[in-house]
Design a binder for this molecule. Structure first.
Ligand SMILES: *Cc1c(COP(=O)(O)O)cnc(C)c1O
Length: 409
């Protein structure tokens, strides 16, 4: 039971994209794991920045530049508070979770690796938490190890423990699987890894939009996420790293802003976080992300997770009644993602029929091909909810799936 009323209809009004029609039918947006819609306050922030406040930061002495710099720095403080980082300088702005993982792979892990060393990931990772490690392994002669998952889509922790060793130089694990919805016990995983002094990166792309995150409580060494899945702009993301790690790491890219002095003989690098932010950053994106964080914080992340949990239970019950529907990902701890296949039709055909009904879902491998292979399917249909989705949206999904049976009889 909710303690306070979660006024979803009120929140929906904040998202202009949600009130449109597609093919003459009300849009039912259930593709939030791919990207989330933006509230008006984020749109207004971007508009205001470009209409009245546009200037480069950290260099101008004029009024607008100072204003933009203040807004930029303030957004960094907001991010730090949002995930409870100890200090704002532990927050680095990048393009998204993908770039964040590549930064850690190249600047932190690569210098540590020698042939025979290992990087330990899991079977349910997004491609962006697989490929950067394969690349760094290829560059250094290190090996990639993979923790298996069970038939429910949960990590097999005893297997994880067996794979952990003094050869492991980093564990990288997703907080929540974008393909299955599984919520991983990352705090426990971090404890197990730290017992062997192995640092851990948490891919938080799917967790920050759905639950409160406290990087100090988790004791994560690195935590990455993307702004666009958190109701913010595209092209902006965050790497959190413990200051002790960031200070030791070489820069990821060279250029302006990341230096403190340049001569042709030698360049002195700037302090963190600037050392990792070469060039003009995505200023509007950073300020827009700050606005998105203000927005969800005002609603409250714990209220958002409680509401979404209820949606997930309602959706699971509704889909389980559909004959021939197989849910892929039935973990005990799950976020609001329902991945499924139908005996009657291929996921892409289902996606096309659902689209005609105004229901936006994703059909495919969800950038997690090893997960598809593990469950013996080429693809799934994935409905992923945000806090602005409703029981009616789920009813519309079920009605649209019933149309599939009319076509593929
Ligand atoms: C979306 C996603 C990513 C990649 O995020 P980008 O915004 O595309 O960089 C990484 N991991 C997970 C779990 C995701 O869902």
């Amino acid at each position: 039971m909710m303690t306070t009323v979660f006024d979803v209809q009120q929140y929906r009004k904040d998202f202009p994209a949600l009130s449109q029609k597609v093919y003459g039918k009300p849009l039912v947006y259930l593709d939030n794991a791919a990207t989330a819609q933006k509230p008006q306050c984020v749109i207004d922030t971007l508009d205001r920045y470009y209409s009245a406040e546009n200037a480069n930061i950290h260099r101008g002495i004029h009024y607008l530049s100072q204003k933009a710099t203040d807004a930029f720095d303030e957004a960094r403080d907001k991010v730090a508070r949002f995930i409870n980082a100890k200090e704002s300088r532990e927050i680095i702005f990048v393009r998204g979770a993908t770039e964040g993982i590549n930064l850690v792979a190249q600047s932190y892990v690569r210098p540590l690796l020698k042939p025979g060393d290992e990087i330990l990931i899991t079977w349910m990772e997004h491609h962006s938490n697989i490929v950067p490690w394969q690349m760094v392994a290829e560059q250094t002669g290190a090996k990639l190890k993979v923790t298996p998952i069970n038939d429910a889509g949960e990590l097999i922790l005893p297997e994880f423990e067996k794979l952990l060793s003094e050869k492991t130089k980093l564990v990288s694990v997703t907080h929540i699987s974008n393909a299955l919805g599984t919520i991983n016990p990352v705090k426990k995983i971090i404890q197990m890894a730290h017992a062997l002094s192995v640092p851990v990166l948490v891919d938080g792309a799917q967790s920050v939009p759905h639950q409160a995150v406290d990087v100090q409580d988790l004791d994560a060494d690195f935590f990455v996420f993307s702004g666009h899945k958190l109701f913010g702009p595209t092209g902006i993301g965050v790497v959190y790293g413990k200051a002790e790690h960031l200070e030791k790491m070489p820069p990821y890219q060279g250029g302006g802003d990341m230096i403190s002095a340049v001569t042709f003989e030698k360049t002195l690098y700037n302090k963190i976080p600037y050392k990792f932010e070469a060039g003009t950053p995505h200023i509007a994106g950073v300020i827009g992300l700050g606005s998105a964080i203000d927005y969800v914080s005002a609603i409250g992340m714990s209220r958002i997770s409680a509401y979404e949990h209820e949606l997930l239970e309602y959706g699971t019950r509704a889909l389980s009644k559909i004959p021939g529907l197989r849910l892929i990902g039935t973990a005990k701890e799950k976020a609001s993602i329902l991945s499924f296949v139908l005996e009657a039709a291929h996921p892409h055909d289902i996606g096309t029929i659902l689209d005609q009904e105004g229901v936006a879902i994703r059909a495919g491998h969800h950038c997690a091909m090893p997960v598809m292979e593990r469950f013996g399917v080429p693809a799934t249909v994935r409905a992923s909810f945000a806090f602005y989705n409703t029981h009616e949206d789920i009813d519309a999904l079920v009605r649209a799936i019933n149309k599939v049976f009319e076509v593929f009889r």
